[in-house]
Design a protein around this ligand. Structure first.
Ligand code: FAD
Length: 263
């Protein structure tokens, strides 16, 4: 199988590297380091893990898989980095259709889980750290909790190395390495060039640079075969010269993963 190069070793990069390795690829994972990188979004004391994503059924289904994955890692790694404390959502006003709490409750319950509705009496009795005179309404889901996210990345980098992924710290992405296509059409992606000028060749390149991605690969970058995920739309308010206000819809990558999909 051809070599895959994963650039960026946050949670997305390191898990992509592990998965590609398990699928039989030779994999190289590069990052400026040290790993876990202190500025990476994934490097934190903790991150919430939850099923509650409002009315978004698809995201909830992904979260179900994710929670199963966290439980599996707890077993496989022999250390509990996922803490299934449950998830408490509280609000001052009654739950209403269109609210995160109500929509999540319906989706999660509808998928066979057992979230509970809470009133002030339940909040006072079960969650006394919260002022039940103020936070009188909410839900509690026994599934979900938090992960020790920085430790998770460390553990996964170790796992990647154990599986045979070549992990290189001290490498910063400079630009994509392009090479002529066999048919002489548009150039194909053949690797990367680091900021120090090193050419690192690969059959497949996964950019997992998190919030750095828009700097590395500007939205204007346009090549056949580059796919990006999770592009978001934002609406910006703009003032005209006459003082009028208008909304501008823009698309931008907030932290995308981009990869070449053709050779
Ligand atoms: C404040 C905050 C709170 C959050 N809370 C939660 C939460 O509770 N639950 C949850 O699920 N999610 C949460 N998120 C979202 C979650 O942290 C991110 O979705 C996730 O960590 C993104 O991972 P990543 O691998 O894409 O990016 P990152 O973790 O940022 O990793 C990017 C990697 O790319 C590397 N890199 C950067 N530039 C280069 C370059 N030029 N060359 C090579 N490598 C490079 C970096 O060193 C880094 O290691 C939160 C995010 C933030 C910011």
């Amino acid at each position: 199988m051809e070599r895959a190069l994963v650039v960026g070793a946050g949670i997305f990069g390191v898990t992509a590297a592990i998965e590609l390795r398990k699928r039989g690829h030779a994999v190289r994972l590069v990052d400026p380091g040290p790993l876990p990188h202190p500025l990476a979004a994934s490097t934190d004391i903790s991150k919430v893990v939850r099923l509650e994503y409002g009315a978004d059924d698809t995201y909830t289904a992904l979260a179900e898989e994710s929670i199963e994955g966290w439980r599996r890692w707890n077993r496989d790694f022999g250390v509990a980095l996922y803490h299934e404390t449950g998830l408490l959502l509280l609000r001052r006003d009654p739950l209403a259709a269109g609210s995160l709490e109500q929509d999540s409750f319906e989706v999660v319950a509808g998928r066979g889980h057992r979230p509970e509705l809470l009133d002030a009496v339940a909040v006072r009795a079960r969650f006394p750290a919260w002022n039940a005179d103020v936070y009188r309404h909410g839900t509690y889901d026994p599934e979900g909790g938090f992960v020790e996210s920085g430790r998770v990345v460390s553990r996964l980098v170790e796992e990647a190395r154990n599986l045979g992924v070549e992990v290189r710290e001290g490498v910063s992405f400079g630009r994509l390495l392009e090479a002529p296509s066999p048919g002489g059409l548009s150039p194909r992606i053949a690797g990367i060039v680091s900021t120090r000028g090193e050419r690192i060749k690969a059959g497949q390149v996964v950019l997992a640079l998190g919030a750095w991605t828009p700097h590395a690969l500007p939205p204007s970058f346009d090549r056949p075969g580059i796919r990006s995920s999770t592009w978001s739309r934002t609406t910006r308010r703009r003032s005209g010269p006459d003082g009028s206000r208008s909304s501008v819809r823009t698309s931008r990558p907030p932290g995308i993963t981009a990869f070449p999909c053709i050779r």
